[in-house]
Design a protein around this ligand. Structure first.
Ligand code: ATP
Ligand code: MG
Length: 486
């Protein structure tokens, strides 16, 4: 298929707006005779006159060939090999053009739910003695069992350039080479630029900028959609969402952040396919939702979650609570929190995942806690049990890493510490907590929403924090059992 090509004089994308490191990578690949394109979100953002978050490169060089072009390069990814070219303050991701692959089945442990273990742990916390409870700066983290290490999938791995030629390599799937033991050696199917464009999610995300002649290459009609400001799925939207349900919430995010309309068929398909979200990888859900918190348009995005019914599918316990039980004050707090996230984005401030999730979950957790208080539980027990309950319902859809869950708990639990500055030793210990900074931001925000003025108190905490020695390191828990290898 012949692509539409816009010459340099026909489009506004200038090298002035492309990071120098990305240009270096593109030029080097091009000099070595490879195709070198900017691809995906950065081309879209440049065309829309926005500053791209990062610059991704697509090429016909294999990852090993890319590696040979750069000394500062490492290969990552076990299933899909990518090259990262590493500069001081930037990493440029270089991917070989890929052909469409059927969506991967999730590995068993990717959707593993932390719920049951957490319940046990929180039970321990709930059973603390009153003395434990009075130690207000104490953290539960140390008492919790080891966290499973994450990120193994992306650990750098040396992989042979070609699939092994020995008899041990077995083609278990047309796209996948496995060895005798069933370990996936290679799961890449390299493709043409055209195939690479068609495997992408939305037309606006499938444009290429070619460094060879500074043209824009469009196989999928993305240029027209950028012009019309439309999010349109590539191919049949129902099928594309079935293949990968996360695309539905990506559509909402692009529409909210970039102020675009979702094309009607693409939107109707979300309403038809929304239940498919239950099949999305829980780990990816965590990441994609985090992108919402940092997208700069969380208020608009949340409204779209509600409007499409995706809120119910993504957060089964939270959505009915929000509709039926949340008070006007809690709703106000939540919208203010979204506005705060959007303000941070404008200022270029990136909140930690634990603070963002605390902002999102606090009304639900505190609402649940209040119900438990009404049932006669102590304040301490009520908060512990509320965290457990919320964690349990969320675990049905989202895998919040334990590291993050524990910090959310710490941030919320420690709020009451701010009111109490009687004991110097406790103050010193508290300001050194690894979660103190996030807890203080949360506290300040809470005062702001409630219209309470505690400037003196805040200044005192800020001063203690600044004078405090290095914060304590985050607890690092040993691995409990080795990660299963497929
Ligand atoms: P952002 O600016 O938020 O990073 P992005 O478009 O760059 O937006 P990424 O998640 O960084 O989004 O993905 C980079 C590119 O990879 C996308 O532009 C798209 O072309 C492709 N892509 C990402 N996720 C999917 C998916 N689920 N299905 C198909 N293509 C995808
Ligand atoms: Mg991106």
């Amino acid at each position: 298929m012949e692509p539409t090509i816009l010459e340099r004089s026909e489009h506004p994308v200038s090298r002035k707006h492309i990071s120098e490191n990305a240009l270096r990578v593109l030029y080097r690949l091009n000099e070595r005779g490879y195709k070198a394109y900017l691809a995906g979100g950065c081309v879209r953002d440049l065309l829309l006159g926005r500053e791209p978050k990062d610059f991704d490169v697509a090429t016909d060089a294999t990852p090993q060939q890319v590696k040979r072009c750069f000394r500062n390069c490492r290969l990552i990814g076990r299933r899909f090999r990518l090259a990262h070219v590493i500069f001081n303050d930037e990493v440029i991701e270089v991917a070989t053009f890929r052909a469409p692959t059927p969506v991967e089945e999730e590995p068993d442990d990717e959707n593993e739910r932390p719920g049951d273990e957490e319940m046990d742990n929180h039970e321990d916390v709930g059973n603390e003695t009153p003395e434990d409870e009075s130690d207000e700066t104490d953290s539960v983290v140390e008492e919790l069992p080891p966290e499973e290490e994450e990120g193994d999938e992306d650990a750098p791995v040396e992989i042979p350039e070609e699939a092994p030629k020995s008899n041990t390599a077995v083609k278990a799937h047309p796209d996948r080479v496995v060895d005798e033991s069933g370990v996936v050696i290679r799961d890449n199917v390299f493709g043409s630029p055209e195939e690479d464009a068609f495997r992408r999610d939305f037309t606006i995300n499938a444009l290429f900028y070619n460094i060879d002649d500074f043209s824009i290459i469009d196989y999928v009609g993305g240029l027209v959609d950028v012009e019309k400001r439309i999010v349109r799925a590539i191919g049949d939207p129902d099928q594309r969402y079935q293949e990968d349900p996360v695309r539905m919430i990506r559509a909402l995010r692009f529409a909210s952040t970039l102020h675009l309309d979702i094309e009607d068929e693409c939107y109707q398909a979300i309403l038809r396919q929304r239940e498919q979200m239950t099949h999305a990888s829980h780990a990816r859900m965590f990441e994609e939702i985090l992108k919402f918190f940092n997208c700069g348009a969380m208020c608009a995005a949340f409204n779209k979650w509600e409007e499409t019914g995706l809120l119910d599918v993504m957060f089964p316990g939270l959505a009915p609570w929000w509709r039926e039980k949340a008070t006007e004050d809690q709703k106000h707090w939540q919208y203010m929190a979204f506005e705060q996230m959007d303000k941070w984005k404008k200022l270029g401030i990136k909140a930690s995942p634990e603070l963002s999730y605390s902002f999102f979950l606090a009304p639900f957790i505190f609402g649940t806690r209040d119900e438990l208080l009404d049932q006669g539980q102590s304040p301490h027990d009520a908060l512990v049990h509320a965290c457990q309950q919320v964690q349990q319902v969320l675990a049905e859809r989202i895998l919040i890493p334990k590291r993050v869950l524990f910090k959310i708990y710490d941030i919320l639990k420690s709020q009451r510490n701010f009111e109490n500055r009687r004991n110097a030793k406790q103050i010193q210990a508290f300001v050194r907590r690894h979660y103190f900074r996030d807890a203080l931001v949360f506290y300040k925000f809470d005062l702001f929403v409630k219209g309470e003025n505690r400037n003196k108190l805040l200044a005192a905490w800020q001063r203690d924090f600044e004078l405090a020695p290095e914060p304590e390191p985050e607890p690092r828990r040993p691995r409990r059992r080795p990660r299963r290898r497929r």
